[in-house]
Ligand binder design. Structure first.
Ligand code: UD1
Length: 418
């Protein structure tokens, strides 16, 4: 067990290099199981979600290892189609392997996945999509069992634009017979990135980034070296940190386009934002003002993965705001913790009513999930006095070198063993 100890109040100045996107790297790692070729993924963050995915690949018989900031995978020796509960429970993205395993072995057995406890998180859309491709699915003793003679392309209409279901169906369809069309597909940039990677190893996928994705099945896939897009959620977290603490921070290697919904809101808060090629520079304002309301939406709307961090910022803005979480049922678990730090927030159903206070006060708080945990760290950095954020294993899932990067721009934050 580890915790962060934070002495708040420092302004943040300097430059932060953004890592490859966790949510791109994870499905790409799953996609590597589809090919016997060698795959090298570049600039990968050292985070526990990725190291757990690597462990799963090794368990499946693949060779997979970090070499510095890159990961090298050779799946030619993959010989297992089962992911036991111990590993599947470590991360939700283990579910992506269903598409890859059924494609490769025509069999897959996987325990129901774990991940952040932020709501019900069903997998019905994943399973319905695979069924449409010809997969027979049974559920027994906490396991999903899949088998098929062959996968045959078809049209699949998603009831809602689920990121994971879109990616899983793409992975299963890449080597299916004929053409698969996914309608009402999720449009997140990470899906476009998965398409780029799949095409780099020889697949024929088009349309990602729009609501309709068309996949023409191919027989074989090859090798590739691939640099995923940068992590828009990590980038957003550092921008919000700078807005909350004051100062001026420059993000290197970031697509402003991918977080334009956040940038609009930060400008409404009073921050100055400049964009120069792949750099975003945020200069905070002495008088941050609230935004009236904000709702999480699928891309290109405001991302649910920045909801907690942005709510923390609203807590110290002048005025009142309403934050509505439309994607996940229990994504306000960090609210009682922020209240310990002086926040004035009331949650009613899916909305948080925030009344701005002057400052956070240092306190001991508990991280209950990844993004909620990040929000508590930001509150601690902006607070008056000393804070402790406990149970930071959740934060380790998504932010590589978090405290190093924050310290490099002036944050007083230390990781301490408990
Ligand atoms: C992915 C991201 C996660 C992000 C989320 C929404 C990864 C590894 N994780 O998660 O960081 O918060 O997108 O942007 O990329 N749903 C169903 N049935 C299903 C699947 C989803 O009802 O079979 C619902 C969910 O309950 C939720 C909504 O669809 O309300 C969106 O979930 P989804 O897009 O699938 O999120 P994830 O892929 O789990």
């Amino acid at each position: 067990m580890e915790k962060y100890v934070i002495n708040g109040g420092n302004k943040l100045y300097g430059s932060v290099k953004i890592q490859s996107a966790k949510n791109s790297v994870l499905p790409i790692l799953a996609a590597a199981v589809l090919t016997d070729g060698q795959v090298k993924i570049l600039n990968v963050p050292h985070i526990s979600d990725v190291s757990n995915m690597v462990k799963i690949l090794i368990r499946l018989g693949c060779k997979a290892e970090y070499i510095g900031e890159d990961i090298l995978i050779d799946s030619s020796s993959a010989n297992c189609f089962e992911i036991p509960s111990g590993l599947a429970h470590e991360l939700r993205s283990s579910i992506f392997l269903l598409g890859s395993l059924i494609s490769r072995f025509k069999m897959a057995k996987i325990a129901f996945p774990g991940g952040c406890d932020i709501g019900l998180r069903p997998v019905d859309l994943h399973l319905n999509g695979l069924k449409r491709l010809g997969v027979e699915i049974t559920e027994k003793n906490g396991y999903i069992l899949c088998k098929c003679e062959k996968l045959v392309g078809t049209e699949i209409m998603l009831d809602c634009p689920s990121v994971g279901a879109t990616e899983n169906i793409m992975l299963a369809a890449v080597k299916a017979e004929g053409t698969t069309i996914i309608k009402n597909a999720a449009r997140e940039p990470e899906i476009e990135d998965l398409q780029k990677f799949l095409n780099a190893i020889g697949a024929k996928v088009k349309g990602a980034g729009s609501g309709t994705i068309v996949i023409d099945g191919v027989n074989t896939l090859g090798s590739a070296e691939f640099l995923p897009i940068n992590d828009r959620i990590e980038a957003g977290t550092f921008l919000i940190a700078a807005a909350m603490c004051g100062g001026e921070v420059e993000l290197e290697c970031t697509s402003a386009e991918n977080i334009s919904s956040l940038l609009h809101k930060l400008r409404e808060n009073g921050c100055n934002i400049h964009i120069k090629n792949d750099k975003i520079i945020l200069e905070s304002s002495k008088t941050l003002t609230s935004v009236k309301s904000i709702e999480t939406q699928p891309y290109p709307g405001f991302p649910t993965d920045l909801q907690a961090q942005f709510t923390a910022l609203l807590c110290i803005c002048k005025g009142q705001s309403i934050v509505t979480e439309n994607l996940f049922e229990t994504r306000f678990k960090y609210v009682p913790e922020l209240r310990k730090m002086g926040a004035d927030i009331t949650v009613i159903n899916r909305s948080a009513f925030v009344r701005g206070v002057d400052k956070f006060k240092g306190a001991t708080v508990v991280a209950h999930d990844l993004r909620g945990g990040a929000a508590l760290v930001l509150a601690g950095l902006a607070a008056e006095g000393r804070s402790e954020v406990l149970d930071i294993s959740h934060i380790n899932r998504g932010y590589g070198s978090f405290e190093y990067k924050l310290r490099a721009i002036g944050g007083d934050i230390t990781r301490v063993a408990v």
